[in-house]
Unconditional design. Sequence first.
Length: 320
Amino acid sequence: MDIRHYHLRSRDQRWIRQDASGEDAILVWHDIRLEESGEDLQNLGAYLSSLNADPEAVAACMLPVSFPDVDVSGGCVFLRFPMRRQWNSPKADYVMLLCMKGVLVSMGAADTPLFDRTLQRLQNGGELAEPSSQALLFFIMDLCTDISTRQYMAARSAVEALADRIYDEPDNIGQDELIALRRCVSRLYSQFEDQHYCMSVLQSLQTQSVPFSHLKAELRDIMDSQNHVVRSQDQLEIRLRDLHNDCLLHAQRRTDYRLRVLTVLTSLCMPLSVIAGIYGMNFRVMPELDWEYGYFATLGLMLLITVSLLVFFFRRGWFK
C-alpha cells in the first residue's frame, strides 16, 4: 500500500506533497494506492481508523466488491465507482473516495489514471470552487467525466473505423471482431451508467457535517456532462448494432449468391444426367445406337440445352 499526502497551503493556494500536515494546510488529500491483497485491505482499515473515519465507512472501503455505491455515515461521505485505464480494457478498476471535513481520501489501484491526472491538473493551475474536501471531490468527479468523454471518443473512432472497413471490404470483417467490439462498447456504457448513478445519489444527499448544497450548481454541470456521455454511448451502441446487422445482411447476401450458383449448376446437370441415364439403359432395341450421327446429335442436344439454360438464368439475373 502506497500513501501519498498532499496539502493545500493557505498562503499561496498551492498543493504541497509532504508526510506531515503543515500548520498552514487548509485542506488535506490522502491518495492511497492499493494492491489486490488481503493485507493491503487490513492496512487500509487501520489507516482510515487513524484518520478518525466512521467505522461503517471504513468497513465499506474494505469490502472487496465490484459495484457502485454512495453512502453517508458519521460525517463521512463514501463513493465507489468503476474507472477503466483504457476504453477497451476488459476489466474496470473500482476507485473509492472518502470525504470528511477538511480531508479527502482517495483509494484505487497503483496505476489509476484518475488521481494522477487530478494532481497534474491541480499543480498546473486548476482551481477548486472553494478550499474544501467537497470541492475537491467535485473536482475529481469533473475530471472523471472528462476521462469518460475521452474514452467515448476513442470508442467512437474505433466504431467508425470498423464502419469504413465494412463498407469498403465487407468480406474481410469477421463476426468475432464485431462481437468483441460490441462487448467493449457495452462494458463502457455500463461504466458510464454507474458513474452517473453515483453522481445522482450524491446530488440528493443531505448531510450536516459535509454539506453539498452550496455546490449543487457545480455538481449539476458535471451531471449534465456525464448524462451527455451516457446518451452518446447509447447512440454508439445503436450504431454498432446497425453495423452488425449490415454485416449479417452482407453475409446473407453472399450465402444467397452461392446458393444461386449451386442451383444453376444443379439445373444444368439435371437434363444432361437424364439424357445420359436414358442412353445408359441396356435395352436391346435403341435405334439411336445404330445411327451414324447419334453420338454427335446427342452431344449437340446436350450443348443446346446447356446454352439455353445459361441464357435463361442470365436474363433472369441469377448471375448478378
